[in-house]
Design a protein around this ligand. Sequence first.
Ligand code: HEM
Ligand SMILES: CC(C)=CCC/C(C)=C/CC/C(C)=C/COP(=O)(O)OP(=O)(O)O
Length: 291
Amino acid sequence: MTQWRDYYELTKPRVVMLIVFTAVVGMFLAVPGFPNLTALVFGTIGIGLAASSAAVINHLLDARIDEKMARTRSRPLPQGKLNERQALIFAVTLGALSMLILAVLVNGLTAMLTFASLIGYAIVYTVYLKRATPQNIVIGGAAGAAPPVLGWAAVTGEVHSDALLLFLIIFIWTPPHFWALAIARKDDYKNAGIPMLPVTHGNAFTRKYILLYTILLVLITIMPYLSGMSGLIYLVTALLLGSAFLYYAWLLLKNAGLDLPMRVFRFSINYLMVLFAALLVDHYFIIRLHI
Ligand code: HEM
Ligand SMILES: CC(C)=CCC/C(C)=C/CC/C(C)=C/COP(=O)(O)OP(=O)(O)O
């Protein structure tokens, strides 16, 4: 049945895949050797199902907004390919399965923190923040930044300060990631009445803030090296990636090119993927040449 495709699309699979990857990196970084296999497998499945459930709820609660925006108009709910009841049953099933797996096969802390992230994105961000303030994605970013902490908790049963550093990286990465897209899709948000930063404060202001957050991001990504969590492989990758991000953010500030905002947005995704891959590689091939 082609309906499977629609259900699949409701889960925002590409976003969830990167979210799950950051959680898995958190799991591997939590211990010196190989993480406990049960925690690794069921933690990954549980966190993935929770993020998918949150994404489905976002589609459900945003259907009326999505209908008004060119980027989201063709989604399954605005198109009537699936109805609200089907989406709700799907979201509850994914969420319940996730909680069951995490609580029974992983640990209570991970289940609780994952549930808080699910509510944070699906309800707090979608229902309140998104419609209320241009700081919506800054605050809401906390839910999307949680996965490395969830992964770490799955393997160790605790929240470690190193995990909070990974949280901080994604938290500060989120505004440049999203605001680049928001500049490109400003008219969409304006038409839908959503107070995204470019709509409320203009593109020039948003570009300035993208650069400021990118500078902050580059500084923060040095911290895993300074704290001794990661070594030189990570540091060099972070600095190279950071230089590229800064260059993009600088170009954006200078307003060079119409397609630049979307290029910055796409780069932000590759940036995070490669940065987390570097954390993982570095963890196993660590070169500890601290000066
Ligand atoms: C509040 C936080 C965030 C906001 C507001 C946000 C916003 C967005 C938006 C509006 C899109 C476009 C989606 C589409 O066209 O369907 C997108 C795409 C994407 N986001 Fe984010 N994002 C956030 C956090 C994250 C996080 C934490 C990750 C992963 C760790 C992530 C990974 C991605 C990926 C991989 C895509 C590309 C999806 C595709 O190719 O279809 N985002 N984001
Ligand atoms: C572990 C766990 C439960 C995490 C949940 C976090 C999660 C799924 C974050 C997704 C972030 C995202 C794509 C936000 C965009 O929403 P939007 O409504 O602004 O974008 P849209 O217009 O594309 O729908």
